[in-house]
Ligand binder design. Structure first.
Ligand code: ADP
Ligand code: MG
Length: 384
């Protein structure tokens, strides 16, 4: 089995590996409430255990007498000390549960399973980028990177162990590195932050952290766009200077709205009008207003894709893979649903590495990769 706590939803999966790169997966999504995201860790773990319990009850075909091995995709910065031990370093992506930082999150969840007599063993703790890399490698063993573009932004790749300074053991193999690249440039020296980024950062739970992630990932793009729109309103350049209660509310402009606005090819941008007037209650909008909004969404979306490609180009340069065939496995709703995200990433990669090198790189959607990958890792861990 696999559990995937990604940031927005909790997914419980039962995976059957069929060999030859084939698999079947049964899964159920559960919404993690704001209360659970910011309350005591014990409540979150009990909720997760209850979801696993109800999944097992509803999918009664799983043999309940033997212990079920589970891969726990826990996608927050963890100091991993063994295959199923990991201490939480800090929360990201809007989570802020008390009693978790500095603790081993597998032990906390295993305790909840024990208290509730759920016969499940956490065989592995997995980062979603690593799960995605492993899931894709199950079918395409030469996969180069695992990348997440969902609520958050992060990536993993293979590194020569002799280059891993923290590692003191044998060094004749490769090791998968979870880069936690969303934490790049906490010092704010490199990233070209705008006033709209800074305002969003200031109002987030983790101020001055995860700044790269905040410029790229699904949780944040809508809020950056909202900040830009509010400024245009205040300068009397948009909506005749009128905002609405809904648009004034922080985090009210969802990244999914940007997707709908970006695909709106109607002559009078009526889908955009619907979002602005019906969903966000702006009193009235002109076609020029809607064109401006579309342009702002596009600027924020293209910037995100370009910044994401900078990271991928950096890893390819670092590992000497520029010009070689590379598969980049990517999971997450932003990559899956945001219009032209993949195309924009490709254009940016060509600008950095050249068209020839870009043509060798294949971005591929690894849908639900993090769940499948965690199950694969749990199976191998349990067998070993
Ligand atoms: P997680 O990262 O929690 O595993 P997802 O991969 O589903 O989950 O990503 C959720 C994020 O994707 C949310 O932050 C949301 O804003 C964003 N998102 C969801 N639907 C869309 C969409 N249609 N277009 C762009 N972004 C979306
Ligand atoms: Mg995910």
């Amino acid at each position: 089995m696999a559990l995937d706590l990604g940031g927005t939803n909790l997914r419980v999966c039962h995976v059957t590996l069929l060999g030859n790169g084939e698999h079947t997966i049964r899964q159920q999504k559960y919404v993690v409430s704001e209360e659970l995201k910011t309350g005591p860790m014990r409540n979150l773990c009990d909720f997760i255990a209850d979801c696993v319990d109800s999944f097992l009850t509803e999918n009664g075909t799983i043999d309940s007498d033997s212990t079920i091995q589970l891969g726990y995709t826990f996608s927050f910065p963890v100091l991993q000390t063994s295959i199923n031990r990991g201490v939480l370093k800090q929360w990201t992506k809007g989570f802020n549960c008390s009693g978790a930082v500095g603790k081993d999150v597998t032990i906390l969840l295993q305790d909840s399973f024990r208290r509730k007599n759920i016969n499940v063993n956490i065989a592995a703790i997995v980062n979603d980028t690593v799960g995605t890399l492993m899931a894709y490698a199950y079918k395409h063993p030469d996969t180069t990177m695992g990348v997440i573009m969902g609520t958050g932004f992060n990536a993993s790749y293979y590194e020569d162990m002799n280059k891993v300074k923290k590692w003191t053991g044998k060094t004749d193999q490769e090791m998968v590195i979870n880069m936690e690249c969303g934490a790049f440039d906490c010092e704010r020296r490199v990233l070209p932050l705008t006033v709209y980024d800074n305002k969003m950062d200031r109002e987030s739970i983790n101020v001055h952290q995860q700044l790269y992630e905040k410029m790229v990932a699904g949780m944040y793009l809508g809020e950056i766009t909202r900040n830009a729109l509010i400024e245009l309103i205040d300068r009397q350049l948009l909506f005749n200077g009128e905002s609405s209660k809904d648009l004034n509310k922080i985090w009210s402009f969802e990244t999914a709205y940007m997707s709908s606005i970006e695909v709106d090819e109607t002559e009078d941008l009526c889908d955009t009008a619907h979002i602005l007037e019906s969903v966000l209650s702006i009193p009235s909008t002109t076609l020029a207003d809607r064109q401006i909004v579309k342009k702002v969404c596009n600027a924020v979306g293209v910037r995100a894709a370009r910044l994401a490609s900078c990271h991928i180009a950096g890893v390819l340069k670092h590992t000497g893979k520029v010009g070689q065939d590379c598969i980049i496995a990517i999971d997450g709703s932003l990559f899956e649903f945001y219009p032209k995200f993949e195309k924009n990433m490709g254009t940016a990669l060509a600008a950095i590495l050249g068209e020839q090198a870009r043509s060798k790189v294949k971005f591929d959607l690894a849908r639900d990769g993090s769940g499948l990958g965690a199950a694969i890792i749990a199976m191998i861990a349990a067998k070993n």
